[in-house]
Ligand binder design. Structure first.
Ligand code: PEP
Ligand code: MG
Length: 322
């Protein structure tokens, strides 16, 4: 089976009836680049930058970050989606005091923390902008809930771009700016966001936690982790349709993107990019190459439009696609 998968390293991720998707990798540091290549990833769909901040007692400097981003951009043949700092929630830093809150996952996390400590945010953005000339950079903001937050984050980014250019530093004009869809408020208003962002990436790990109001770390209520619940499928569909209506694209970088059972639903809903741990890519590519896009579309519609529990959706998808 492993040998068979290896033959797919250079293959396209294409359905039996010719519908293509992009299969890309989630990475956490430049050390993951080897696995990205070995497993035939067509790019990087999520570079979690937290490691830069979590490994040391001091905050990473602009130059230190620049070197890392440059290395990743140069080392990947394809698009690279870099997510800005997503600290807070369960993730703490040694170099930095994060507030003690009753509900950390509902508190000062990710973009919210970056707005409260704009200097940290600006340093990261400058490093990214300087690295933008070395590859196909996509900058992605995490935990966006409102259009105002996106505009503010993009405004700060563009201010730093203008400053760098005034300093004579070359910055690419071709990088894309997008957001994670991981808060229901953003998924619901995807049609409005789609007019202003370049792309979406759906973070199902958080989107599921926030949709069902169930802590993703809790083991006693993990039955509420329901990627196949029609409520999630509808939010996914709403996001993809809104993007496509505005000539934009949608990826998914939560665990769901790498699940075999999710492949026909996500393909059928028109997901453009599937981002997962590198070691899942070849199996998911094999799976997509076995599916019909037209049949997957019908299957997804059926699961969205009928009163079904998650278990019933899972049973139906299993029955129809094996
Ligand atoms: C997600 O929420 O699905 C996601 C990819 O981000 P993280 O798991 O890093 O919160
Ligand atoms: Mg998340």
């Amino acid at each position: 089976y492993k040998a068979e998968l290896k033959t797919l390293v250079d293959a396209e991720s294409v359905s039996t009836d010719g519908h293509k998707a992009l299969l890309v990798a989630n990475i956490g540091s430049p050390e993951d680049l080897e696995a990205v290549k070995a497993n035939g990833a067509e790019g990087v769909g999520l570079f979690r930058t937290e490691f830069l901040y979590m490994e040391s007692d001091t905050l990473p400097t602009e130059d230190e970050q620049f070197e890392v981003y440059k290395k990743v951009l140069e080392g990947v043949n394809g698009p690279v989606v870099v997510r800005t700092l997503d600290i807070g929630g369960d993730k703490k830093l040694k170099s930095f005091e994060t507030p003690d809150e009753m509900n950390p996952f509902l508190g000062v996390r990710a973009i919210r923390l970056c707005f409260q400590h704009e200097d940290i945010f600006r340093t990261q953005l400058r490093a990214l902008l300087r690295a933008s000339v070395y590859g196909d950079l996509h900058i992605m903001f995490p935990m966006i809930a409102t259009l105002g937050e996106f505009r503010k984050a993009k405004g700060i980014l563009m201010e730093e771009k203008a400053k760098l250019e005034a300093e004579g530093v070359k910055v690419s004009d071709n990088f894309e700016v997008g957001i994670m869809i991981e808060i229901p408020a953003a998924a619901v208003l995807a049609d409005q966001f789609a007019k202003e962002v370049d792309f979406f990436s759906i973070g199902t790990n958080d989107l599921i936690q926030y949709t069902f109001a169930a802590d993703r770390m809790s083991s006693t209520i993990n039955y509420l982790y329901q990627p196949f619940n029609p409520s999630i499928l509808r939010l996914v569909k709403n996001t993809i349709d809104a993007a496509h209506a505005n000539g934009k694209w949608t990826g998914m970088c939560g665990e769901m993107a790498g699940e075999a059972l999710a492949a026909p639903l996500l393909l059928g809903l028109g997901l453009d990019e599937f981002s997962m741990s590198a070691t899942s890519i070849l199996a998911q590519r094999k799976r997509i190459r076995s599916l019909s896009y037209e049949e997957s579309k019908k299957l997804a519609e059926d699961c969205l439009n009928n009163a079904m529990t998650m278990e019933e959706v899972v049973a139906k998808v299993t029955e129809e696609t094996g």
